[in-house]
Design a protein around this ligand. Structure first.
Ligand code: ZN
Length: 431
């Protein structure tokens, strides 16, 4: 067992990251803050980079995806990159463009479901809102800023059991009619405008902000209950967005610890939960475009790719004691029993025997236990950014992650030892 105080401190920092990152925009902002602090230099995709000197750099796209790397003075065609890929987004409820609804004196917001969210856990929570606001300033220029209400301002109450006696046998949810959260009670004839609410909040949050009018926004709801270490013996981490901010945090932590003597790269993209098809998603051009600029000679570029390896890190399904039949008995990962190598004969995961052997050996050298996951042969398999990146770039890839319960719930559960174990493995990988 590893040092208990180290793990406690490590987990406290992880919890803080989870709490300060209610949306992909905020996750990227938190990561930028850490990278700036550690001397990484921001590169603007719109500017000329020229030939970069050896150093530590990062790039963002759409404020919701981020790519950071260390560049030593080496021939990339000979070394390749050691890369880690994760995603910044999580399933949630997103506020619609014209969200205002008034019903039976209550002000509600129309919401869209983002990604494959488990909807039942969204009821009876103390919800807040956060995201990005695009506005006009007093010079008629469009600007963008992040916003976070931070306190509980909304809720979706359950319907009482007395009004739906069969609810515990069959509960299905209509996202159009049954999910609009309630924000406040209105006086007779009173109306509310969501953009005005955002305007007020920006002014309150940033008194010096020159904001004249809110044009558009990407705002989602989140649970105000903070991330926590729980269990009689502190065995678990309970939080929203463990999938996949846990991996983002650990990837970043491992990257900033590198000496910079090896080319190392971390990419955290948005929109994984909806298929990654966007400018900032894993099917977008961010990774390819940065690698092309770092190594523009076509022959060297392809040699660099073939010498690189990517670890796609995303959470794995732990075997749930109450639903153990949903797993193949030989492939049921347990919390706190090691990192999970995910494989799938139909290539829903990018792992092959070459890349998994590499990772198994790396973990063995560190005394980090490894578990295996394949989905039951009679069930469909999920996927990750792994196969997308492997196919688009032709880079050797494997899929791993920490075991998790309740994936895509508003509150997920992981083992309290697992993020620390992942950190050990990724730190070694970057060395
Ligand atoms: Zn995920």
């Amino acid at each position: 067992m590893t040092d208990r105080t180290d793990i406690t401190e490590f987990n406290q920092n992880l919890l803080r990251f989870l709490d300060t990152s209610p949306t992909p925009f905020h996750a990227v902002e938190s990561m930028r803050f850490r990278l700036d602090e550690q001397g990484f230099q921001f590169l603007d995709e719109k500017e000329a980079w020229g030939k970069l000197a050896a150093g530590r750099y990062y790039v963002t796209r759409n404020d919701s995806s981020i790519l950071a790397f260390t560049l030593p003075d080496v021939d990339l065609a000979v070394t390749g990159f050691h890369m880690v890929g994760t995603h910044t987004d999580s399933p949630c409820l997103q506020v619609k463009p014209r969200p205002e609804k008034v019903s039976h004196t209550l002000w509600q917001l129309g919401v869209e479901v983002y990604g494959g969210a488990l909807l039942n856990p969204w009821f009876d929570r103390d919800l807040s809102m956060a995201g990005r606001v695009s506005y006009l300033d007093s010079h008629q220029q469009i600007q963008h800023t992040l916003i976070d209400f931070k306190k509980a301002i909304a809720t979706i109450p359950s319907l009482a059991i007395h009004l739906d006696r069969d609810v515990n046998q069959s509960r299905s949810i209509n996202p159009q009619t049954q999910l609009p959260p309630i924000l406040m009670q209105l006086a007779k004839g009173e109306t509310k405008d969501f953009r005005d609410l955002l305007l007020e909040q920006v002014k309150q949050q940033q008194p010096s902000c020159d904001i004249a009018k809110v044009l558009d926004y990407e705002i989602s709801l989140y649970d105000t209950q903070g991330a926590a270490v729980i269990g009689l013996k502190d065995d678990f981490i309970s939080s929203a967005r463990l999938d996949n901010l846990l991996s983002c945090y650990v990837g970043l932590n491992a990257l900033v610890k590198t000496t910079g003597n090896e080319p190392s790269l971390l990419i955290c993209t948005d929109h994984e939960e909806v298929g990654s098809m966007s400018t900032s998603g894993a099917q977008g051009s961010l990774l390819e475009s940065v690698l092309m600029r770092l190594c523009p000679d076509i022959e060297s570029h392809h040699r660099m790719i073939q010498r690189s390896i990517m670890i796609s890190v995303d959470n794995a399904h732990a075997i749930h004691p109450n639903f153990a039949d949903r797993h193949d008995a030989e492939h049921g990962p347990k919390l706190n029993y090691g990192l999970v190598i995910k494989s799938n004969a139909n290539q829903r995961y990018a792992t092959n025997s070459e890349t998994s052997a590499f990772f198994r050996q790396l973990c063995e050298q560190l005394d980090v236990p490894v578990q295996d996951f394949v989905v039951r042969s009679d069930m469909a398999c999920g996927s990750t950014i792994g196969p997308l990146t492997a196919a688009a770039l032709g880079v050797r890839t494997l899929d791993i992650g920490v075991p998790t319960f309740g994936m895509h719930s508003i509150r997920e559960l992981a083992g309290s030892q697992d993020a620390y174990m992942l950190d050990k493995a990724l730190t070694q990988f970057f060395r």
